[in-house]
Design a protein around this ligand. Structure first.
Ligand SMILES: [Zn+2]
Length: 406
């Protein structure tokens, strides 16, 4: 249905970002209007490249899609009516950035095929970085650096980038072909001396305009190497971010930027040493603490019971303390603490006693709006209501005192 196709002004005159065109149809749909023009310079989303944005008169173009050859502009605001002649303006900075990334992708794809026999099986032009999927996968970091070097050399050579629309029957040999229906034109993009490929996207006029190409952070996706690609101002933005990061890390550590790895290694070693020291001190303190708790224990139902709220600590530390207390034969520990605004409880008994600490735990959990449970000799719980902690420990003590199974 060739008569329905929109004339692609961005193919015949890629540098013309302002144009006049007639509105063929204007269909309002949920707050936006879908507009088809007789010709457009707007690139619709396709082939991994996002669409152009801009204006049709005063109406904002928020998306552009290709509907089987018809370019559909989605606009917000006062949309022009059918038959009107409108002035279209493509957002130049966005177009330049996308053309830069896309042209860099052609260079990288051509070099990957030429030097590594790797075909481009995927491309996505992202907001901050783009990805190119190369198959078979590249062999390690050295191969990625070699590809990056070669791609930059090709960019510096300053080769012309020429696009033309050819008849479907008169197509040149392309790196990547496109499915074109009979009678439909095929757009071919050539980087002189390097690459010929079928492509509908937007490109720069010469390879040197891509500036510096940076390839980074590879991962393997379905057997292909996914390379992150940046070119032009995006490479500069990455460099700035990395430099800002280094400068702020240097300032906060007092270490020169190149000494940062050694600083981090030393800090990690110190952290390991301090953690070991803290663990040993915790053990020692728990011994004194258990002894102090036992000295305040009360005798009931033929056993010794320690029922107390101890200073704040995480559940694991409370459980350790309870274990240490009940290491003394004939002892029950009913311990509570507040940790990060929550109540934590650990109930334990000496091995030779028969009371089920899980049962005691379950009976007091409603008082702290908590959850928990455990084995007959050790139970642990936690709850949102720290204000109910004292009553919970009291209630557990009462249960244990009344029990004949201590
Ligand atoms: Zn392209």
């Amino acid at each position: 249905m060739a008569f329905l196709m929109t004339e692609r002004l961005n193919w015949s005159a890629p540098d013309e970002l302002e144009f006049d065109a007639r509105v063929i149809s204007a269909a309002p749909r949920e707050g936006i209007t879908e507009i088809v023009l007789d010709g457009t310079a707007f690139h619709p989303e396709s082939g991994g490249q996002p669409c152009d944005l801009g204006l049709l008169d005063a109406a904002r173009v928020v998306h552009v899609r290709d509907d089987e050859g018809r370019v559909v502009h989605l606009v917000e605001g006062a949309a022009p009516p059918e038959g009107a002649v409108v002035r279209g303006k493509v957002d130049a900075a966005r177009r330049l950035d996308h053309s830069c990334q896309h042209t860099a992708q052609h260079i990288v794809s051509a070099v990957a095929l030429r030097d590594f026999g790797a075909a481009t099986v995927g491309f996505h032009l992202g907001e901050e970085a783009s990805t190119v999927d190369l198959e078979p996968a590249l062999d390690g970091k050295d191969a990625l650096l070699a590809l990056e070097d070669a791609a930059n050399r090709e960019a510096f050579v300053d080769r012309p980038v020429i696009s033309r629309v050819v008849d479907g029957n008169d197509r040149p040999r392309c790196r990547r072909d496109a499915a074109v229906r009979e009678g439909e034109p095929l757009r071919v993009v050539e980087i002189e001396g390097l690459d010929v490929t079928a492509c509908c996207g937007t490109h720069l006029a010469r390879t040197s305009q891509v500036g510096l190409i940076r390839l980074s952070r590879t991962e393997i996706v379905r057997g292909a190497t996914r390379v992150e690609l940046r070119a032009g101002l995006r490479t500069l933005a990455l460099l700035r971010r990395l430099e800002d990061l280094t400068v702020s890390l240097s300032a906060s550590t007092g270490s020169g930027p190149w000494e940062l790895p050694a600083w981090v290694e030393a800090a990690r070693a110190e952290t390991r040493r301090l953690a070991a020291e803290a663990a040993s001190l915790r053990k020692e303190v728990a011994g004194y603490e258990a002894a102090a708790l036992l000295s305040r224990s009360r005798i009931c139902a033929g056993g010794r019971v320690v029922a107390e709220i101890v200073p704040p600590r995480p559940p694991v530390a409370l459980r350790e303390l309870a274990s240490r207390v009940v290491a003394r034969p004939g002892t029950v520990a009913l311990l509570g603490a507040v940790w990060e605004d929550r109540a934590v409880v650990a109930f334990a008994r000496s091995a030779e006693l028969s009371l089920h600490m899980g049962d005691v735990m379950r009976s007091i959990l409603p008082r702290i709006r908590g959850k928990g449970g455990g084995r007959p000799d050790m139970a642990q719980g936690g709850g949102e209501d720290a204000r109910g902690l004292a009553a919970a420990i009291e209630s557990a003590l009462r249960l244990v005192s009344e029990s004949s199974h201590v």
